[in-house]
Every structure is written in C-alpha cells, then in structure tokens.
Design a protein around this ligand. Structure first.
Ligand code: CO
Length: 497
C-alpha cells in the first residue's frame, strides 16, 4: 500500500468565503437538457472512466415569489453525466411527481413542505392540511432496469435511466404498499454472501416504530427481485435517515428524538420541525440481523449510543466480537425554526459534524467511541468494494476551516489507519457537494480511481464538475456545466455495461 504524505494545503487557513456566493447556490433550475456534450475547461476526462454519474437534489426552491422554508423542501431534479471514451454528455430532468405537476400548472406552492414550507395564506391556510408532497429529491440509484428517485417518507419514483423520463411511483413489483416509506439510503453489499445486493429499509414511525429491512438482487436476470425481508418493531419514535451494513448486521442509530405533531396539525410548523432532542434522552444502536448472515432469525440487539445526533454513517464492519460503526456525529439535532430564514442562518450556532468510530462489543455490551478528526464534515464514503468491510480510506466533504461549522468547501481523503489526509479545496468561492469515489475497474488498490464532485462556483453562479484523482486528490479535470445546480443531496455511479 502506498504511504501517503500529509498534504501541506490542509494546514493552510483558507480565505473567508462570501455569504452571497454560498446563498447564490439556492436557485431554481430553469432548463432541462437532453444529452448535451460537455468539455473540460481544464484537464482531460480519463478514458477508463465509463458510466453514469447521477445526482439528485432540490431543483425548484421558489414559486411565484415564495421561497421554500428549507432547501430540503425543493422538488427533486436529476442530473445525469455520462462518461465514455474520454467524452461526457449531460442530461437533467425534474422528477414529474404528482405535486410537481400540479404546482407547475398552478404556478404556486399548493403543498406544505416537511421542513416548514407553507402554502401561501398563513397559519389558517395550512392548519389541518396534513397532505404532503412526495418530492423525490434525496437520492437516485439504479435497481434492475430502472432508476429510482428516493424520498424516505414515501415510495420511490421510477425513471428511465437514459432519458430520465418519469415512469411514475413504483411499488417495485408489489414489494411495497402504495406510498410505503422507503429509505433514501440504500447500501450496496459488494458480495458478502456471494452475489452483490442492495440492502435497504423503510420506517413506519409512531409511538412504536416498525423497521422493514429488505435485500434485493442487483445483478443478472433477477435484478430488482426482493430476496430477504423482515420487520421489527421498536419502542418510541424512530428518526432513521441512514444505516450501515456488515455481512451479518444492519446497523441503525436511533437518535434520542421526540415528535410532537401538534404545531404541524395547527399549521404552525412543518412535520420535521416538530422533531426535538429528548431532554436527557439516550440514543441507541439497533443491530438487526441480516437474513443471509450468521444471526438470521434472531431478535435485534440494542446498545447505548454516544450523546448527540447522527444523520449519516460512513461504514461499518465486524472484528472478532465487535461491530465497528463509523458515523458523523453532531452534538445536537440541528433545528430550523419556523421563523428562521435559512439564507441568513448564523453558521456559528450550527453544530459541527465530527467523524467518529464506535466499537460495539457484542459480548460485554460496551461501546467505545473515538473521534477521527475535529474538522466538520458530511457526505463521507469508502471505496464501494469495501462497503461493510474494514476500509482504510474515506472521502468526504469538509468545512473550509479546521474546527467549527462552516459551509462545505473542500474534499478530504482521510487514511483511517493513521489519520493522514489530503485536501482539495474549492475555497474561497466554491462550495462542494457529496463526493463520489469511483474505483478504477479491475483495480485491487483501494484508493485507485477518481472522485467526482459537483461544485457550486460562486464566481460565475454556476456548477462545475470536478474530477479528482482518488489517491492524492490532484485535479484531473474541471468541466463548467451548462446548468446551475443548487447545493444538492445524494447521488450514485452506475458503470457502463
Ligand atoms: Co442523506
């Protein structure tokens, strides 16, 4: 394994960003393009990079002069960048959800948003309106022949993987009940039990929460077929956005969160704004045995989790009697109040996400936590071949300063074995989104490949696609895209077959 050296740029104090540059990244996407050729402004597209880079995120954040209360309420817009033989093309399309079609026609917001967007007309116009719009804006993945636009509170929308045309809400051939919650965070098992699989879940939250764990075939004739399914119920309200897998376990962190729906019912708050950290509450790790693993059929196990709040996990793996889970821990649940304007939020008051490792001892029940770094981070991943196994490297988006919360402006590669790091920075005028590590095909070297990242370029109010070398984060190519894509959420890579 190559020994990496500390990149000196990681110790530099970056110049302060401009809030207007950051805020300009929350804009409507005004056009949809179909297979438009895109060329690097700098560098070259690697010949071996062949496949589709899909991204999802809010593409419409304003209607009729009204802005969404929080960007997470924006309608899902899919971007697809196809790489082949050193060339690239871009397509983008909104997911034609029922709500998007209706609001397009009306020219105004007709639905309340989960994160506090209100219909025009104040509290009275919103009280007792408990309908919600499936905005399909959180993640996009391929399962079988279809692309799925995911939003965790309801069912997935199926899309054509080439044209991005919306086929419609899908039950995945009857696996799901109509509009059954289906997580926006599937995990791809690279072959822990022979063949690769997609493992995912759905949560029916309430005083008792039911977690449904599902495993799907991802290859061959049977791709998209459900092969394992189990349901477990847990006491208390569960807010589970993400999870992690190992060969034997699906690992969840049940945050100590309570839900009081009254302000939502009365039209004062969005449903997600009714979530609150429980005073003196204790989070729990929930380990659900995978049906293909050594503990199949056994009941779930529960362990104390550290204080704080977790949206996203990096990875998990097993070693002897331990399950090790790496996650981004926040000291508290970051709330967006009904009166707060997200564009004016005080960054100094926002909790910083810290990458940490929790070692859960299945025998003596003890949990030991270690922090990897003090730098605020989000959207971390390992080489997809190491998903659920011990991984040496991780790639993530980090704040443009070494401590405390700030907008994400750099990409970091962290060597988890010795904490050596490489940084590629888009500061002061660039803002990064989730980096995607694409391994070089047929390579056994864990950090051989590329990192793809969409960067909001505040200098030109547009989006750049940046391709980095996964080993040392050296810039391979920069492509100025012909559309401006707001700060987005999750995406995936699908190799060309
Ligand atoms: Co997420």
């Amino acid at each position: 394994m190559t020994k990496t050296a500390l990149n000196p740029s990681s110790n530099k104090v970056p110049r302060q960003f401009d809030r207007q540059d950051w805020a300009s990244g929350y804009c409507n996407v005004e056009k949809e393009l179909n297979v438009v050729s895109i060329r690097p402004k700098k560098g070259k597209i690697p010949q071996e990079l062949c496949g589709f880079f899909y991204r999802n995120g809010p593409g419409r954040v304003e209607r009729d002069g009204n802005r969404v209360h929080h960007p997470f309420d924006g309608d899902g817009m899919i971007t697809s960048i196809r790489f082949k033989n050193g060339e690239a093309t871009l397509s983008n399309r909104f997911v034609r959800t029922k709500g998007w079609e209706e609001e397009e026609k009306a020219g105004k917001f007709l639905y309340r948003g989960v994160f506090g967007t209100q219909r025009p007309g104040g509290t009275i116009a919103n009280a007792f309106d408990l309908r919600f719009k499936n905005i399909a804006n959180t993640h996009v993945i391929k399962l079988g022949a279809q692309l799925l636009a995911l939003w965790e509170a309801a069912g997935p929308h199926a899309l054509d993987p080439i044209t991005l045309e919306t086929i419609g809400l899908t039950t995945l051939n009857g696996v799901l009940k109509p509009n059954e919650p289906f997580s926006a965070h599937p995990r791809f098992d690279p072959g822990h039990h022979g063949t690769p699989r997609m493992v995912t879940f759905g949560v029916k939250a309430g005083p008792k929460s039911i977690v449904r764990l599902m495993e799907f075939e991802t290859e061959g004739e049977e791709a998209g077929k459900l092969i394992h399914n189990r349901e477990d119920s847990f006491n208390g309200f569960s807010f589970l956005h993400d999870f992690a897998i190992t060969p034997n376990w699906a690992v969840f962190l049940q945050n100590a969160i309570s839900f009081n729906p009254l302000p939502f019912v009365l039209g004062q708050k969005g449903a997600a704004q009714c979530l609150k950290s429980k005073t003196n509450g204790k989070g729990k790790f929930l380990l659900i045995p995978r049906d293909s693993g050594a503990f199949a059929g056994e009941p779930p196990r529960s362990f104390d989790a550290p204080d704080g709040f977790v949206f996203h996990h990096l990875n998990a793996w097993e070693k002897d009697e331990k399950v090790i889970v790496e996650s981004i821990h926040y000291p508290d649940f970051p709330e967006v109040g009904p009166q707060d304007d997200f564009l004016k939020m005080n960054f100094d008051l926002i909790p910083a996400g810290i990458l940490s490792k929790c070692e859960i001892n299945l025998v003596n029940q003890k949990v030991q936590t270690t922090r990897y770094s003090e730098q605020c981070c989000e959207f971390a991943m390992v080489n997809p071949h190491q998903e659920g196994l011990s991984a040496r490297y991780s790639w993530m988006a980090v704040a443009g300063k070494p401590k405390g919360y700030a907008p994400l402006q750099a990409i970091k590669k962290l060597d988890l074995s010795n904490l050596e790091e490489f940084i590629w920075s888009a500061a002061p005028r660039g803002f990064v989104s989730e980096p995607l590590m694409v391994p070089k095909s047929n390579s056994k070297i864990e950090d051989e490949g590329w990192v793809l990242v969409l960067v909001w370029n505040g200098a030109r109010c547009g989006t750049d696609l940046v391709i980095l070398d996964a080993h040392d984060l050296k810039e391979v190519a920069v492509i100025e895209l012909p559309i401006s894509i707001p700060h987005g959420l999750h995406g995936s890579w699908v190799s060309e077959v």
